[in-house]
Ligand binder design. Structure first.
Ligand code: SAM
Length: 274
């Protein structure tokens, strides 16, 4: 077991005062970090793509689990701390300084990988939607283990009819299995954010035939864009959608929040043939 300096010391030594603009809420508890890194299953010999390693808490946990980690960090102040960490785990850590929105992990890693991140709140949902929208399915990522604000995590795993159910639930679930294996109290973070958090775990499932991410995106965008309206109103602007409702046997007076993920898939299948 390598001798790792306490994360608090690393933060102090490198002057990593948390930046609100960069969504910096650090996790310092090694046990908690180990439990998060265990969610994808054994990482021994696996490739991991991490967004926002910061001072390297979750990175350590993945390295200790035997992963090879490629991490993208926007804050240049964190780089010296991460380089030090890489020296403790020779050949296991590669750090890219940059914006995760601009980095393609498939190109950087060139092998199947797990994505593991305590996501910066300002780009978390956009990154998730990108990863879920991969044209190739199953995608190059084997699993997503992601910390979100709890409210966002609940929207990802929500079931129809619940308040949290919406576009994000359908985009997340139509060809994956999405669960929320861990809730994390705000006091676990330094500094503590205003809101509670939770970890979401997503693994690719079988893609239904004849559905493209673009069509699912369009139909859920229209349906939930006016979620209080009946489908016959909210889908009016989408060519062919009212006929598709009839073909699939969905009552046009229903509201989007009552339409199951499977029903959205059937709608997208019909729309995709038009
Ligand atoms: N992984 C660390 C932990 O768990 O303690 C830090 C997590 S903190 C919530 C989010 C991290 O993402 C910060 O280190 C921040 O600098 C970084 N970050 C913010 N925006 C980013 C972006 N667009 N691309 C890459 N990293 C980003």
């Amino acid at each position: 077991m390598p001798d790792l300096p306490p994360l608090r010391d690393v933060i102090a030594r490198h002057g990593l005062s948390a930046s609100k603009a960069l969504g910096q809420n650090f996790l310092l508890d090694a046990q908690l970090l180990g439990r998060i890194a265990a969610i994808p299953g054994s990482l021994s010999g696996e490739h991991v793509f991490e967004v926002g390693p910061g001072p390297g808490g979750l990175t350590r946990a993945a390295l200790l689990a035997g992963a090879r980690v490629t991490a993208v960090e926007r804050d240049a102040r964190c780089l010296p701390a991460l380089i030090e960490l890489g020296e403790i785990f020779p050949g296991q850590l590669r750090v890219i300084e940059g914006d995760a929105m601009q980095v393609d992990p498939v190109q950087e890693i060139g092998a199947p990988f797990h994505i593991l991140s305590n996501l910066p709140y300002n780009v978390g949902t956009a990154l998730l939607v990108n990863w879920l929208s991969a044209d190739k399915w199953p995608p190059e990522w084997k699993s997503l283990t992601l910390m979100f604000q709890r409210e966002v995590a609940e929207r990802i795993v929500a079931e129809p009819g619940s308040k949290a159910y919406g576009r994000l639930a359908v985009l997340a679930q139509w060809r994956t299995k999405a669960t929320m294996p861990m809730k994390v109290h705000r006091s676990a973070f330094t500094p503590p954010p205003k809101v509670m958090s939770a970890v979401v775990h997503i693994v690719p499932g079988k893609a239904p035939k004849g559905v493209s991410p673009a069509v699912i995106g369009k139909v859920t965008g229209a349906a939930f864009g006016q979620r209080r309206k009946m489908l016959r109103q909210s889908l009016k602007s989408l060519p062919g959608a009212l006929e598709a409702l009839e073909t699939v046997g969905i009552d046009p007076t229903r509201r989007a929040e009552t339409v199951s993920v499977d029903e959205f898939v059937m709608l997208a299948q019909v729309l995709g043939t038009l």
